[in-house]
Structures are given as structure tokens and as C-alpha cells.
Design a protein around this ligand. Sequence first.
Ligand code: COD
Ligand code: ZN
Length: 368
Amino acid sequence: MKGAVLYAVGQPLQVEELTVQNPRQGEVMVRVAAGGVCHSDLHVMNGDLTAPLPVVLGHEGAGVVEKVGEGVSEFKPGDHVVLLWRASCGECFFCLSGRPALCDLGAGIRWSGHLADGTSRFSRAGQEIRHFAGVSSFAELTVLPREGLVKIDPEIPLAQAAVVGCAVMTGVGAVINTAKVEPGASMVVIGCGGVGLNAIQGGSLAGAEKIIAVDILDNKLAYARQFGATHTINASQVDPIEAIKELTEGRGADYAFEVIGNPKTITQAYRMIRRGGTLVVVGVAPVTAEVSINASSIMLEEKMIRGSLYGSCRPKLDAPRLLNLYKAGKLKLDELISREYPIAQINEAFDALRRGEVARSVIRMTSS
Ligand code: COD
Ligand code: ZN
């Protein structure tokens, strides 16, 4: 079967024939229908985020169960599933407290590139190839832990289901689950890519009154308006902090969401919120980066800083809920998918993401 492999930082992906082993105990093999092209994969390709290499990239996807390993009774061949980039055990302190994104199971898989038994199912000519975040959706077939899948309504188109696996749960979740934005609030979203646009539509769902989108590209700001932004600011043309103050009676916004992963824009976002406001950091900066924040303001202005990992979601609850909102016409997924590429053109899909041309694109493995 075909898969897209990253062998070294700075190199393009190699699309090649790989061997995939059968699922073992507690694992599920999925025939991937669509894999979303997210900036986090690009961060790994350019070395801003690390992952054990070589690796089959892709951490957003949906598909159809092909085979199940021993002991798996909740899935059967033919089930439609969304793939999760943070599997969670359901039993630990974090899972029981409703914070499954913080479970050790998914983190272990992410940093080792191995499934839970410490091995990989992918290889090529005897060379081991790692999993990415336990998903590896840029492959025709992939193997996941049973805890990394959510069964979905088979009527949902699988490309639309795929983007729920990362962009939508991460972006909408940051607003609804992490920040719990209330009706009438003002909020800023810095970075209007695949994830940021979903923070914007999360703001619409929450009933925020002002949703201010900040980007450096006008085409991204046009997408932002389509997803519910009430105001847009091009940060390459005006000082975005001053512009936010003007739009919020000089106070600053109630909430700011940083959806890029850049220390400079994290600092900007902190300065955009009002006294007592909340900054939610969704993007991850390069591992050694530090953020500069005026120390006294934290206390004197009672500002809050929150991280949001995977939109603080509870995937088995949130994925079906989001897909129901899509079916009810209340969540934009069709509009999110700007382009579809065959796997042979995956490097072109990443070039388009680098150039800022798309809201989200997906790699299509099957036509369903
Ligand atoms: N000011 C304003 N906007 C900017 C600036 C700037 N200085 N620099 C870039 N932007 C805009 C770009 O024009 C673009 O529109 C947007 O920021 C980024 O969008 P995308 O589409 O390139 O990125 P996404 O939405 O696919 O990914 C954003 C993340 C924040 C998820 C990603 O970058 C990240 O930080 N990933 C690491 C966190 C992680 O691992 N998450 C798990 C999987 S997503
Ligand atoms: Zn992602």
C-alpha cells in the first residue's frame, strides 16, 4: 500500500509502497479515505516540532475499518471512523477528570512514534517506519490503538469527517471547551488557517458578539468573514494591538486565541486582552522558544493564560456532536475544504499550505 514518508527534516515527503502489518491486540486497521493537511505536519517537516523519523505523517483523517485485532469488540470491518491524534485510555486520572487530551497514552505514542506495545506496524524493505501521533493518515492503510478512533454516522462524507479529527475539534474546542466563551463576549483569533477558522466558527456557535480575525494575508481574512468573523485586521498593514483596542472601547478583548505557534504573536495576543481577560494558546512554538510577557501585568491586570490541547475535547462526545451540528447546517465543513489532492501530489498540497492559499486541503485516498 502507498504512504507518504518523511525521512529527514527539510526534505519533501516520499510517496512509496510500504508494508503494513495486521493489527495486534487492541488495535484496528483503517482504510483511510481522506487525510487533512495541517500546519503541525509542516512543523515536523521543517523541524519546528520533532518526531522520530522516518515517519508516515498525517494526524487528521477518517476512513473505514478494514480489520480489527484481538480483543476489539466495539469496532467491526465497515464501520466509519474519525481518527484521533491523542488516544486516551479512559481510566487514568486525566481521563476520569474529563481531560482526555492530557492522558499519557496519546503522549507516549506521539513522542515514541510506536504503538502502545513499543513497535511500529509500518516498514519498507525491512526498515522500520514510525507512526505519527498514532494516526499516520497519509497512507492507504493505517493501524491505530482502539482508543484512537470514534465511530461515526456512515452518511457523513469522509473528507468532512476527517477535518473534524484535528482542525475542527482543536479550533471549536478551544473556544467552547477551553475558554467557555459566553454569549455577548468579544474575542480575537490570531491566525486564520484551518484551525483558526474553526476558532472563529466556535465563536459564532458560542454567540460571541465581536469576533475579530487577525492574519497577514487578505485571502485568509476573507475566509475568516465566511466563517463568522465580524471584524478583520491585516497585521502586516496596521498595529493589531491598537486596532483591537479601538474595536473594544479601549479595553481590549475578553478573549484572544493564538492559533499560529509564534512567540511574537503569543505576546501580541496577551496584550490584546482586557484586564481580567483570557489568552488561550492553541499554537505550539518551536521547543526552545520563550515568550515575553510583562510580569507585573499578570497580577495587576488579573490576566489569565490557558493552553488548549486538542481543544480540551472529549472526542467520543465532541466528534459526534460536531458532526450533528454539520448535519443540522450549523457547522461549516464543506466550506473548510478548499482543495482535494491525490496522495501523489502531497508535496504540492504542503506547498499550497506554506503559501497560505487554502483554508484546509485534504489528501483523498478513496472517493467515498
Ligand atoms: N500574524 C498573523 N497571522 C499570521 C502570522 C502573524 N505574524 N504569521 C502567520 N499567520 C497566519 C498565516 O497567514 C495563516 O493563515 C495562519 O497564521 C496559520 O494557518 P495554517 O493553515 O498555516 O495552520 P493550521 O491552522 O493548519 O495550524 C495551526 C496550528 C496552530 C495548529 C499549528 O501551527 C501548530 O501550532 N501546531 C502545533 C500544535 C499541535 O501540535 N497541535 C496538534 C495538531 S494540530
Ligand atoms: Zn493538526
